[in-house]
Design a protein around this ligand. Structure first.
Ligand code: PEP
Ligand code: MN
Length: 366
């Protein structure tokens, strides 16, 4: 029986839809214990890794078919639903043979269009929900492409899982969330359910709650959280897994939001504030338009006088003064620096265009 995503989705308008369970299925006892506790918390879908993608050989690679046997047993004994990761056509076949009702695709697979196409083909004619994690690299198109391939194979129950993105830079997270990517995904595909995986983003159980809370405030549809009966002894991802008790506490603690309110007082306030914001945004866009007009004019003069487009002292001055101007207004300095980086980049692009186009036009008239 495929897992009925829509039914569980709709039944939890306020409570987030939760996928909980161990990083890996390690033994029958481990699986039974965690599932029993998750079932008491009414977690609708249980995750369990069967084949583990390890970065280097020699790590724990999952229990494979043996784990599928335990899953089947626990599923019948406790009447719970499972989702497992598939990374090849062979995994898809095995998982379906063992009656797994939902599948997820990991970050390493969604980064590879060949793998995605093969998995998608092997799912043709199959009715199971498929959850597609973001690719390891921060590339929205690659994520969209992976989702499209699954959808293109006739799977209509597709959801996205945001698990953060790999980075070489030092970060407080194992996989920094880079929220603007999933937010843009939601903007492009508002109907696509979006789930956050705070476990793989944080890599640290003490940070799971905050990331989950941030996702809920951003109106995510659900969470995928790694839960293990004895996290410290876990064979994979020991640092980030939480106990069922910790999950229970989180479920009682997190602040829920929803996309709409039925409170008319709130709605009229929202309307009024949004009108003011729209007016301000219009003025901001107009001001940027005026700024860019001046930038173009200056570009013409620079061209005539053979002055370089980029001057480091000028950029340094802009970078420093703009964030200082924001201090009294309680504007975050880093935010202003990023904003001006973008404005300055665009100014350089416009002036470069002027330099290059002029050359072509002059060349043509000569
Ligand atoms: C996992 O969910 O355990 C996993 C390997 O995730 P990801 O593909 O996000 O690294
Ligand atoms: Mn894991």
């Amino acid at each position: 029986m495929p897992f009925d995503l829509n039914q569980h989705w709709n039944s939890s308008e306020i409570n987030p839809f939760i996928i909980g369970g161990p990083c890996s299925a390690e033994s029958y006892e481990q699986l039974y214990s965690v599932c029993e506790q998750l079932s008491e918390l009414s977690v609708p879908l249980i995750r369990a890794g069967v084949w583990k993608p390890r970065t280097r050989p020699g790590g724990f690679e999952g229990m494979g078919k043996e784990a599928l046997g335990w899953i089947q047993r626990v599923k019948n004994e406790l009447n719970v639903n499972f989702v497992v990761e598939v990374a090849s056509t062979q995994h898809v076949e095995e998982a379906l043979k063992y009656g797994i009702g939902a599948l997820w695709i990991g970050a390493r697979s969604s980064a590879n269009p060949f793998t995605m196409q093969e998995i998608a083909e092997s799912l043709r004619g199959v009715d199971v929900p498929v959850f597609v994690k973001n690719p390891i690299n921060p590339d929205l198109s690659l994520w969209v492409g992976a989702i499209e391939r699954i959808h293109g194979a006739g799977i209509d129950k597709v959801a996205a899982i945001h698990r953060g993105f790999s980075t070489y830079a030092k970060s407080e997270y194992r996989n920094p969330p880079t929220w603007q990517i999933p937010i843009e995904l939601k903007r492009l595909f508002p109907e696509l359910p979006l789930i956050c995986d705070p476990s793989h983003i944080s890599g640290d159980r003490s940070k799971v709650f905050d990331i989950a809370q941030a996702a809920l405030l951003l109106n995510y549809d659900g969470l995928m959280i790694e839960v293990h009966p004895d996290p410290e002894k876990a064979l994979s991802d020991a640092a980030q897994q939480i106990t069922p008790m910790m999950l229970k506490e989180m479920m009682q603690k997190w602040r829920m939001t929803r996309s709409k309110s039925s409170n008319i007082w709130y709605n009229s306030k929202q309307e009024a504030i949004r009108t003011q914001i729209d007016e301000l945004d219009k003025r901001i866009v107009e001001a940027i338009g005026e700024r860019m007009h001046l930038v173009r004019t200056l570009g013409e003069y620079k061209k005539e006088n053979q002055v370089s487009i980029f001057q480091v002292e000028r950029w340094d001055e802009i970078f420093k003064t703009r964030s200082e101007w924001g201090e009294d207004l309680e504007l975050n300095a880093l935010f202003l620096q990023k904003l001006y980086q973008a404005i300055h980049d665009e100014s350089i692009r416009l002036q470069s265009e002027i330099m290059n186009n002029k050359d072509q036009v002059e060349g043509m008239t000569e």
